[in-house]
Design a protein around this ligand. Sequence first.
Ligand SMILES: C[S@@+](CC[C@H](N)C(=O)[O-])C[C@H]1O[C@@H](n2cnc3c(N)ncnc32)[C@H](O)[C@@H]1O
Length: 377
Amino acid sequence: MSEKQLNVLDLFCGCGGLSQGFLDAGYNVMLGVDFEEAALKTFKYNHETSDVLLADLSKDEAIEEIADKIGDQKVDIVIGGPPCQGFSLTGSRDINDTRNTLYLAVVKAVRRFKPKAFLIENVPGIATLYNGIVKQQIINTFEDMGYNVSVSPKPLLAADYGVPQMRKRMFFVGIEKGYGSFEFPEPTHTPERYVTCSEAISDLPSRDEEFGEEVDNYEKKPQSLYQEFMRQNSKKLYNHVATNHTEHVKWVISQVPEGGNHKDLPPGIGDSRKFNEAWTRYHSKKPSRTIDTGHRNHFHYKYNRVPTVRENARLQSFRDDFVFIGTRTQQNRQVGNAVPPLLSLNLAKAILRHFDDVKSGRRKVKDLEQLNLELNI
Ligand SMILES: C[S@@+](CC[C@H](N)C(=O)[O-])C[C@H]1O[C@@H](n2cnc3c(N)ncnc32)[C@H](O)[C@@H]1O
């Protein structure tokens, strides 16, 4: 591992799932930027050493606000997951010329701060959007700016990295030319060893009869290694408050078997929701589906209710000492939007390893003329 901590700038940081992985890997997350106040409160509460900036990244002035905030500190890595809504094509090879202003915020930050590397997270659909043209535009833009861009050959599956969730996300990692090309880390877990829902949350109080308090006590000891890992720094249980469903909704949920969905309901029941994810009950012996941001379509594998914020946080691999701030709707959105910290940790460690290998000569860099460059990280 490099002796010097690398400075990270997190754009569209949300509550800081992506940042958490980089912090755990030993980076210094200097600043998180977002335009949602509650998410930034959560970010700051959990990342005391990091600064936050409330800014609209679609606006030109945001980049100068960021520059003012970080002063003369060097930005080593820019990370971020820009929402990809509103993508439209103008026929250019370059994403710069489009109206994808949120992506442009990352482009501008990379151009302004010239980091050694950047990492962009996005939904799997970005790879095939407009027949892959958007993906190619992203690659072209950053290649033209002096980066070797690696795209995960297929979306990374969080369960492959120890997260109890079948969440898939695309990643782009750019490495400054002269320092080689990034290779995505190998999975740490095989399907037979995926962490399951019950391994993730079976120790948490049922909340079947009451809603619970924002701060509460644990009732059971950890029942799995994963639960021990989640509880390592936590004496109290936060954000484990149940939703108050009507008796009818609870009854409909009770009709869905473990791992089932609306298709398993008797005719005439639950007809109000019929899309793919409707009335989905998690399976105790499998990772969860991609957790949602509070749409109330997914249910606990055993209890007749939606998962609590804490249960969803566990399924996202947030440790229990990570506390979510805001209304329950805001908390659910923060958790559901986040990059699972364990997945992020694996990527953050792989980026560190990449630079260590280049520095020590273990990894051959492509651009021979740059080999003599002083690696100053
Ligand atoms: C997918 S979430 C990011 C999650 C984050 N990377 C994590 O791991 O926790 C996208 C974030 O972009 C923020 N966002 C959307 N539009 C924005 C804008 N115009 N300016 C700043 N932030 C914005 C949202 O508030 C949201 O927190």
